[in-house]
Design a protein around this ligand. Structure first.
Ligand code: NI
Ligand code: MN
Length: 227
């Protein structure tokens, strides 16, 4: 069993009924968030990069719950220096955690954190992870890249989370191509309509994938998908 819940922007939680994880827990200051960081109780946090709309409340949640932050090495070092628990990984590497396997993929984007927003936190990533017998690909913030074909070839992706908001990441045109490359069973659009600069119409994305064989599921914040 796998239950995936969209928590707004790029934040997704996943549970197999035993373990609970959250990806990019940006809740404080997230106009789409329906939960506060204090309501998040997880075993692991997957952080794609240091930008505040992704790293978000990771450190506070880790400190309060003891959850381990799984992140690219430089970001993992950065959060460790702030008193959080971390498991350092890097792109191309996979590790089997108690809930399942996590592999870091490339993402074409930036990564920095801190008050200036310019403290170096290494390369951004995406995550391919398994939990509850299913495999999920959360691309993180990225532009389109041809190697997504390889990601879809190496793992059978059950659910893909893909940004469609444009400006900082792929827009709908490139996201449709990304879905064709990865060929997941289900795709969920993320990273749109949080602010006007990333406004996008998820129904347009869905229409563009009509007849592709991929099931497009549009989740409102706090809506879940069970597999
Ligand atoms: Ni970003
Ligand atoms: Mn972002």
């Amino acid at each position: 069993m796998l239950k995936l819940t969209f928590l707004g922007h790029s934040c997704v939680s996943a549970t197999d009924g035993k373990y609970k994880i959250v990806i990019d827990p940006f809740l404080t200051g997230n106009p789409q968030a329906t939960l506060t960081p204090e309501e998040i109780d997880v075993d692991y946090i997957l952080a794609t990069h240091g930008h505040s709309d992704h790293l978000g409340d990771s450190i506070a949640i880790s400190k309060r719950t003891g959850a381990t932050i799984i992140a690219p090495n430089e970001l993992a070092v950065w959060v460790t220096n702030k008193g959080a628990q971390a498991h350092n990984m890097h792109i191309g590497g996979a590790y089997s955690f108690e809930f399942g396997r996590v592999k870091l993929t490339i993402a074409h984007h930036g990564s920095a954190a801190g008050e200036s927003g310019l403290e170096y936190t290494g390369n951004p990533c995406g995550f391919v992870f398994s939990i509850g017998g299913k495999t999920v690909y959360h691309t993180g913030d990225t532009g389109l890249f041809l190697d997504m074909k390889l990601i879809g070839e190496l793992d059978n992706i059950d659910v893909m989370f893909v940004p469609i908001g444009d400006n900082f990441t792929m827009g709908i045109d490139d996201a449709v191509k990304a879905v064709e490359f990865v060929n997941p069973k289900v795709v969920v659009p993320i990273h749109y309509n949080t602010w006007d600069i990333i406004n996008a119409e998820p129904e347009d994305f869905k229409k563009r994938l009509d007849g592709s064989g991929v099931d497009v599921v549009i989740l409102k914040p706090n809506e879940s998908l069970e597999l």
